[in-house]
Design a protein around this ligand. Structure first.
Ligand SMILES: Cc1cc2nc3c(=O)[nH]c(=O)nc-3n(C[C@H](O)[C@H](O)[C@H](O)COP(=O)(O)OP(=O)(O)OC[C@H]3O[C@@H](n4cnc5c(N)ncnc54)[C@H](O)[C@@H]3O)c2cc1C
Length: 454
């Protein structure tokens, strides 16, 4: 059932996940009116009904609309009218995972479902000059090192279908001949992708935020202090704003926000992530990751390389100043490992610059729409990127928007299933709160009414 005033959606969080979800929603709406809620200080909106990127035939939203079965044109044909408010919080724009991200993007993942999401995202990025420019995409190629005995065939088939001709599987000997890898265990294989590289999630976020404001989305540059399953958001001044749908896309802040709201955090956890930018050149090597150790990197520029290892620090509090303090022991471990695996040693004249931040994790990993700690309500989370959402956010946001639009369009299965991308709701469903939202199993509560079971 579509409310007569349209469907009012709040997205809490202005990282790459929140803004791309809002952008997808805006593109799905036939008319994008400004917020029906009050617009106090710190709020931006405009009355342009269609995101500007959607107004060009080659823009990403047009491409997305065509592929996903909705977008401006499809919305006019029957999708519900959406009002989208985004709450970006009051923090500096450089204080989140989106700002810190290394931005490595590739299609290959060991899980075929995750591979599909990453490959679909990369295909959309590569197919859109607008998206490539917004994101500052650099196509430097990628190598994914697999341990002996691992069989990449399933994911490579997915990759071949989405990005034909991009992937090649190489033996340890051929990897060592082509790249500066040293001491690879016998039996190592590498999935080499031509069509991969890195982007700037921060640049993409900034461009999309501009689009959102131009497109009629209301951007509240202040934090939400709690959410309710009504669903509603509560602000610091005590005001409560009701919506038809609330999505918490607050990255590493999501578990605490849910807890502060008296809600279960559904298996969401936080983890520290860091890398250092070293003054080294690794000729011929683009983006890479070693599955067995999590060692990863990419060129930063012609004279430096970003290198990192997974951090052991779980459950960091993203609001604590210590959360973004580099772990010196980890930084030194990276230098030692890079020496062994890549033969690099630190040059004496330039100390590495270390970037430390955090992300929201979920098991199974993946940016996806999940129950927001109140199953059966229209309160959701859209987080859980687990250190990898930059590479899947285009597909994941499209899938999530499809499910949300479907809730009120009465075509859940049609939209959700028709999107054909993952990690989509329903695919990695697990028991209890925090599970991914099964398409077609939602109860959709309306303000002041009993939930309607679709
Ligand atoms: C160091 C590092 C390197 C990475 N490298 C890669 C990589 O190479 N490839 C890859 O694919 N992924 C990578 N990632 C992961 C990827 O960047 C993240 O998964 C992604 O940026 C998460 O985006 P997000 O929007 O979920 O969270 P965030 O970017 O953290 O955004 C959350 C936003 O919510 C806001 N917020 C918080 N609380 C509230 C509130 N109460 N009200 C309103 N707003 C609120 C915050 O201010 C923040 O802006 C990396 C991450 C890090 C930290």
């Amino acid at each position: 059932m579509v409310p007569s005033e349209g469907v009012r959606i709040a997205v809490v969080g202005g990282g790459i996940a929140g803004v791309l979800l809002a952008w997808r929603l805006l593109a799905a709406s036939p008319v994008s009116p400004v917020s029906t809620n009050s617009t106090p200080a710190g709020v931006e909106h405009a009355r342009n009904p269609v995101p500007s990127s959607s107004r060009t035939s080659r823009g990403p939203a047009a491409g997305f609309g065509a592929g996903a079965g909705f977008g401006p044109a499809a919305g006019v044909g029957g999708g519900p009218r959406l009002t989208v408010d985004v709450f970006t919080g009051g923090r500096r724009a450089d204080a989140d995972a989106t700002a810190a991200s290394g931005g490595l993007v590739r299609g290959f993942e060991t899980s075929p479902a995750a591979c599909l999401a990453a490959a679909e995202s990369l295909a959309e990025l590569r197919g859109s000059a607008t998206l490539r420019a917004w994101a500052g995409y650099r196509e430097v190629g990628a190598v994914y090192l697999l341990p002996p005995g691992a069989d990449p065939a399933g994911s490579v088939r997915v990759l071949d279908a989405v990005l034909p001709g991009s992937a090649t599987v190489l033996s340890a000997a051929r990897l060592a001949a082509r790249y500066p890898f040293r001491g690879l265990p016998a039996g190592t294989t590498g999935v080499v992708e031509r069509h991969a590289g890195y982007l700037s999630p921060a640049r993409l976020r900034s461009a999309v935020l501009t689009e959102l404001v131009a497109g009629g989305c209301t951007v509240h540059r202040r934090p939400v202090t709690s959410v309710t399953p009504a669903p509603a958001v509560r602000l610091a001044d005590g005001s409560v704003l009701g919506y038809d749908i609330v999505v918490v896309a607050a990255g590493a802040w999501t578990p605490r926000l849910l807890a502060d709201s008296g809600l279960a955090c559904g298996g969401l956890r936080t983890k520290h992530i860091q890398y250092s930018v070293h003054a080294v050149r690794l000729s011929g090597l683009g983006a890479f990751v070693e599955d067995s150790t999590g060692f990863y990197g990419r060129p930063a520029d012609d004279f430096s390389f970003l290198l990192g290892l997974p951090s052991p620090r779980w459950d960091v509090d993203p609001s604590a100043p210590s959360a973004a303090v580099p772990d010196q022991v980890l930084a030194e471990q990276v230098v030692a490992y890079a020496g062994r695996r890549l033969g690099v040693s630190e040059t004496p004249h330039a100390a590495p610059r270390t970037v430390a931040s955090f992300d929201c994790y979920h098991e199974p990993p993946g940016l996806a729409l999940r129950d927001g700690g109140a199953p059966g309500s229209a309160l959701f989370t859209f987080t859980g990127g687990s250190g990898g959402a930059a590479k899947s956010v285009l597909a994941a946001s499209r899938a999530a928007a499809g499910v949300l639009v479907g809730l009120h369009a009465g075509c859940d299965a049609g939209l959700g299933a028709g999107l054909g991308v993952g990690p989509r709701a329903g695919r990695d469903a697990g028991p209890g709160a925090g599970r991914a939202v099964p398409v077609g199993e939602r109860s959709v509560p309306r303000r002041g009414t009993e939930p309607v079971i679709r």
